[in-house]
Design a protein around this ligand. Structure first.
Ligand SMILES: C[C@H](CCC[C@H](C)C(=O)SCCNC(=O)CCNC(=O)[C@H](O)C(C)(C)COP(=O)(O)OP(=O)(O)OC[C@H]1O[C@@H](n2cnc3c(N)ncnc32)[C@H](O)[C@@H]1OP(=O)(O)O)[C@H]1CC[C@H]2[C@@H]3[C@H](O)C[C@@H]4C[C@H](O)CC[C@]4(C)[C@H]3C[C@H](O)[C@]12C
Length: 382
């Protein structure tokens, strides 16, 4: 796998950093998640392939353990508010001095500088600060955050993984590590570069929800079908739009021109009425195999069984029968090989990892009784 041999220490966080760690793990990195002690249940739903070490970083010995782990690792990934790691004596200066090859990835909302750097926040706040949230939502409605996809995952976890891979690539030439300041505001904004750079094309001149790609255009929207399901329509180019009109059984000469924005509400009403006359499956029968750009809106539990996705194996099932997306993209020689067994129990690998990183059994026992570390191998066997 592409990242085989790369060792990552991931400090347990909420959603973006776990996703970043899971990507690295799916593509072959060894990811050790450092959890807090005295936590009853792991809240990391993106723990695939990771190991868990439970370590109390509020004790000097716990900090020393983390330093030792980082000394023999390639990447440390931290998801805390600015200043938390420094307060623990685990700041980048300290860790990079000990291991100059270390890649120190800091995944935060607002970045490591600026007046918001220390403020709490979540996806919706970062998306708002990126400028993008102002563009999301239907006409005459307030801005709407599309789940926590854009800042937490696209601009956060994924962008941080890109930073780590870039830093690993660069290290193969320079031999040196570096610090990654991954701000979700900036990552989200960067993912949205098209929106900035296409303003000159007039793509966003109209109010929110009234432009071509923000649900303003009737040929770029979703419609309800007679069985209460939905289809997605993305027929932008004239040759594809013609096929949409044909599939809907409409007469093009009786409709206003596709790009006549003032006629869009009327056209939308027509499309709404027509789509409501057949079931989703009936529309699929009509549009599959055409270039009309009409697809069913699939719920999560149907996406995996759609023939196209099944043919490609786009979704996979783990040992517990849970279906989730196969890692993307697909690399021809060194594809991801995601772990299919269960997620780790908190502290399941404390003992084995510490032994591997050079702690002797007596030291581990002492740390266990002092509450510096926690081992839960037994719980994992239940
Ligand atoms: C699934 C839900 C997730 C939703 C995602 C949400 C939409 C997001 O946007 S996530 C992105 C959040 N932002 C960031 O990650 C940016 C960077 N980070 C931060 O800004 C902050 O970390 C913070 C704002 C996110 C959190 O601030 P906080 O003050 O809590 O923490 P920090 O200042 O960073 O300091 C960390 C302190 O912890 C110490 N630490 C760390 N590791 C250790 C260790 N190993 N040992 C000892 N100490 C450690 C560190 O030293 C710091 O200490 P100090 O403060 O003293 O310096 C989930 C969101 C909410 C969840 C639910 C909720 O938790 C309630 C229930 C809990 C229950 O257990 C399970 C069910 C819940 C309902 C739970 C369910 C889900 O998980 C959630 C819904």
């Amino acid at each position: 796998m592409a990242l085989a041999g790369v060792r990552v220490i991931e400090l347990a966080g909420l959603a973006p950093a776990p996703f970043c760690g899971m990507i690295l793990s799916d593509f072959g990195a060894r990811v050790i998640r450092v959890d807090r002690t005295k936590v009853s249940m792991a809240m990391d739903s993106q723990a695939r392939g990771k190991q868990s070490v439970a370590l109390n970083l509020k004790s000097p010995q716990g900090v020393a353990v983390l330093k030792k782990l980082c000394l023999q690792s390639d990447v440390v990934l931290e998801p805390f508010r600015k200043g938390v790691m420094e307060k623990l004596g685990l700041g980048p200066e300290e860790l990079l001095k000990a291991n100059p090859r270390l890649i120190y990835a800091r995944l935060t909302g607002y970045g490591q500088s600026g007046s918001y750097a220390k403020a709490a926040g979540h996806d919706i706040n970062y998306l708002a600060m990126s400028g993008l949230l102002s563009m999301l939502g239907r006409s005459s409605e307030k801005p709407y955050a599309p789940l926590n996809l854009v800042a937490d995952f696209a601009g956060g976890g994924l962008m941080c993984a890109l930073g780590i891979v870039l830093a690993l690539l660069e290290r193969s030439k320079s031999g040196q590590g570096q610090i990654i300041d991954a701000s979700m505001v900036e990552g989200a904004a960067y993912v949205g570069s098209f929106m900035w750079k296409s303003r000159s094309l007039g793509l966003w001149n109209r109010p929110r929800g009234e432009n071509m790609l923000d649900s303003g255009a009737p040929f770029y929207d979703t419609y309800q079908t007679s069985d209460g399901k939905h289809v997605a329509v993305g027929a932008i180019e004239p040759q594809f739009y013609d096929q949409l009109i044909k599939g809907l059984g409409l007469d093009a000469s009786s409709l206003s021109p596709q790009m006549s924005t003032s006629d869009w509400p009327k056209l939308r009403r027509t499309f709404t009425q027509v789509f409501a006359q057949k079931t989703q499956a009936e529309w699929s029968k009509i549009f599959d195999g055409t270039d009309a750009c009409v697809t069913p809106v699939l719920p999560l539990d149907e996406a995996g069984s759609h023939p196209h996705n099944r043919e490609r194996g786009s979704f996979m099932m783990d040992a517990h029968g849970e279906v989730s997306p196969r890692p993307a993209p697909v690399l021809s020689r060194t594809p991801a090989r995601p772990c299919l067994s269960r997620d780790p129990v908190i502290g399941e690998h404390t003992r084995s990892v510490l032994e591997e990183y050079g702690f002797d059994p007596a030291q581990i026992e002492q740390m266990l009784s002092a509450g510096v570390v926690e081992c839960n191998e037994a719980k994992a066997r239940l």
